[in-house]
Design a binder for this molecule. Structure first.
Ligand code: ASP
Length: 590
């Protein structure tokens, strides 16, 4: 950190003093991290953003400072001056960057008093989330949170530097806007000046970044806040941050190229080396081999299609099934483990799970062995590269169910993931069938360029969409966009947005597409998730300075909260919902 401008509070950052600085008269400021009284001497670990520094108060050299130090409590705010000295050899603390030095305090001034905090700042003991968020400013003082917040800054700075050097412009887009269909509910803001009308908070800057391409800006990015009103899902935030990008006159390869190099830089921030170009697999291949469109390939196991082997099997469950897919696993497989896996398979929609253990002679110990021929078993072993002692799990079902089930069983039976794996998944289906609504939904979003035969059944259309997957997490996704208004309307038609509705909701986009839209495409990445993975944080809440609790509420400010009757009146809004009963005050948490 750049040295501070010396003032009445400090001349140096506490955490940055080293043996080279010994002999200087320094002044440091910060919080009392810890105090220890040692036979007349008082030691204080002073904390500022840069770290900890030991201060020693000696009664005979500075009686006033010593006496004042004796009255200090944890988290009091002080400024102290004195000489920086080398510690006695025996007192050197190799764990601490400032561990070779200490300040012999000459003068102490207490700048603020601190009440006893509701949890320890100087220890990383588990603290309830509600309490942490309610006293977030204290939680933020902890070393782990400070490291996370600093890492987040470093990642975002790397992104900004890299993309600026590549010629990208950072351009802001509105927060108060119209609904963008990313598949979630909108947060709405009532307009006072245009009564009865509402702004929507953006689910993403999707349409604006496309308009920026039509506007001629060629290369855009934004560290963009997005808002999606979704039902509770673990580790989701109603507002979150994306790195949003868009490029004009490009195809998939161009987007992949810049993102590959960007990720190489960002991962290097935490010392992860990746070679580029990043690997790419198609959606179909991912579903076939891993049963997931964001597989953790580090688990090692791959799904094998064995349909052909059992095509004319005597075992009707197999010969009659649309597909049979299998997974080989190693390890201990007592009966109870198969039972648990079967239960899981059934909970995911499979009719059942067939299993076998390969015996020394290659035969199968399995409830279904008696229905299978030796040849079928031998060919399966070959296809799976299964040998004595290995377990085999088989699902006979539709391709979707087989993929879903075996994809979910991989983590249960695969090896412990080590190292890192980052790659692209490409060529997604264009639409997903929504059983409840009985209609097609855009698999990515409706502005994604479809590919394939657009006169054929929409279920066969592919899309020019792509995802980046890191260690089994989807970090982000994007696509080449539709730049032809006729195709845009064709996609709207498939998802049930007729020309009139399209005109009403997206008329501005359709019109813009008629004024010379370049081919364009882009991508967006979840910054919170990326930083959480790099920080090895267990929740994205640990890398957001002021997150909402899992319930969507903010225990610090009390948001969301009812507003004054007068405000509602001005807005012309009438509340019909009953506010929930107030949560009993937890009282003084100490
Ligand atoms: N707008 C998309 C999203 O938020 C990303 C993209 O297509 O660029 O997921």
């Amino acid at each position: 950190m750049k040295p501070p401008r010396p003032n009445r509070y400090r001349t140096h950052w506490a955490g940055e003093l080293r043996a080279d600085d010994v002999g200087q008269h320094v002044r440091v400021a910060g919080w009392v991290h810890r105090r220890r009284d040692h036979g007349g001497l008082i030691f204080i670990d002073l904390r500022d953003r840069t770290g900890l520094l030991q201060l020693v108060f000696r009664p005979e050299e500075a009686p006033e400072a010593h006496e004042a130090a004796g009255r200090l409590r944890g988290e009091d705010v002080i400024t102290v001056s004195g000489e920086l000295v080398r510690r006695d050899e025996s007192a050197i603390n190799p764990e601490l960057p400032t561990g070779e030095v200490e300040v012999v305090a000459a003068e102490l001034e207490q700048l603020a008093d601190a009440e006893t905090p509701p949890f320890q700042i100087d220890e990383d003991d588990p603290v309830g989330e509600e309490l942490r968020l309610r006293y977030r400013y204290l939680d933020l003082r902890k070393e782990r949170m400070r490291d996370n917040v600093m890492l987040r800054h470093a990642v975002v700075k790397e992104i900004r530097d890299f993309l600026s050097d590549e010629g990208y412009l950072e351009i802001e887009t509105p927060i108060m806007t119209r609904s963008t269909p990313e598949g979630a509910r909108d947060f709405l803001v009532p307009s006072r000046l245009i009564p009865g009308s509402w702004y929507a908070l953006p689910q993403s800057p999707q349409l604006f970044k496309q308009l920026l391409m039509i506007g001629g800006y060629e290369r855009y990015f934004q560290i963009a806040r997005c808002f999606r009103d979704e039902d509770f899902r673990a580790d989701r935030q109603p507002e979150f941050t994306q790195l949003d990008m868009e490029l004009a006159f490009v195809e998939e390869e161009d987007v992949h190229d810049v993102v590959d190099r960007l990720f190489q830089r960002v991962l290097a921030v935490v010392g992860i080396e990746v070679s580029i170009p990043l690997d790419r697999i198609t959606y179909d291949e991912a579903m076939l081999r891993y049963g997931s469109d964001r597989p953790d390939r580090r688990l090692g196991l791959e799904i094998v299609d064995v349909t052909e082997i059992f095509r004319s099997s005597e075992f009707k469950v197999f010969s009659g099934a649309p597909v049979i897919r299998a997974l080989k696993a190693t390890g201990e497989f007592p009966r109870s483990r198969f039972d648990a896996l079967t239960e899981k398979a059934q909970s995911l929609g499979a009719k059942g799970l067939a299993w076998a253990v390969v015996e020394d002679d290659g035969g199968w110990r399995s409830p279904i062995a008696k229905f299978l021929s030796e040849e079928e078993i031998a060919r399966s072993n070959d296809a799976l590269k299964a040998g004595p002692g290995d377990a085999v799990l088989l699902v006979a079902d539709t391709p979707q169910v087989a993929a879903r089930v075996l994809g979910a069983l991989r983590p249960e039976v695969g090896q412990k993931p080590e190292g890192h794996d980052i790659f692209w998944v490409t060529e997604f289906p264009a639409f997903e069938w929504d059983e409840d609504q009985q209609r097609w939904d855009a698999a990515h979003h409706p502005f994604t360029s479809p590919s394939g035969d657009l006169d054929a059944d929409p279920g066969t259309w592919r899309s020019r969409a792509y995802d980046v997957v890191f260690d089994g997490w989807e970090l982000g996704s994007g696509s080449i966009r539709i730049s032809d208004p006729a195709i845009q309307q064709k996609v709207f038609d498939v998802i049930g947005i007729g020309p009139d509705e399209a005109e009403k909701r997206f008329g501005f986009l359709l019109q813009a597409l008629r004024y010379g839209a370049p081919p364009h495409g882009g991508v967006a990445f979840g910054i919170d998730r990326i930083v959480a993975l790099l920080a090895r944080a267990s929740s994205i809440r640990d890398v957001i300075a002021f997150p909402k609790a899992a319930s969507g509420a903010d225990p610090l400010t009390g948001a969301p909260a009812p507003v004054d009757e007068r405000q509602l009146k001005e807005l012309g809004v009438k509340v019909t919902a009953q506010p929930p009963a107030p949560v009993a005050d937890q009282g003084d948490p100490r």
